[in-house]
Design a protein around this ligand. Structure first.
Ligand SMILES: [Zn+2]
Length: 128
């Protein structure tokens, strides 16, 4: 028994791949952006993003993409974006604060007397 697949077999399995129903061929396609009511936040279709979900879930939270734009790098999977006014549908850069991990993010949420955060997205662009 050989594990070397013939060109024809490869072609066959490519044809058997599940159809991509998330892209532009989907009649429900709305331009690559949707509002997720459960998370109360926007998701953007980013099939080339290294941390996008798989398959039909190749979406990235808009808040993360905005943070990445300002940081000029990809956010690490463990980094979490906090919404300063607690409204996760409000992705203005001045409303976003990136925590290095879930731990720091949770600690902040559990503080009794929170100091209001100032966005850490805009910092490098502000003059002292
Ligand atoms: Zn938060």
């Amino acid at each position: 028994m050989t594990y070397i697949r013939t060109a024809r077999q490869r072609e066959q399995s490519a044809l058997n791949l599940p159809k991509d129903v998330s892209g532009k061929k989907n009649p429900r396609w709305k331009g690559g952006k949707y509002f997720n009511k459960r998370f109360n936040c926007w998701f953007i279709w980013k099939p080339d993003h290294p941390f996008a979900g798989d398959g039909k879930g190749k979406y990235v939270r808009q808040s993360r993409l905005i943070a990445e734009k300002y940081f000029k790098r990809y956010l690490l999977p463990q980094e979490e974006v906090h919404h300063i006014n607690e409204d996760r549908s409000d992705d203005r850069p001045e409303n976003l604060y990136v925590f290095p991990s879930k731990k720091e993010h949770t600690i902040y949420h559990n503080l009794k007397n929170k100091d209001k955060l100032v966005s850490n997205l805009l910092k490098p662009f502000q003059k002292k």
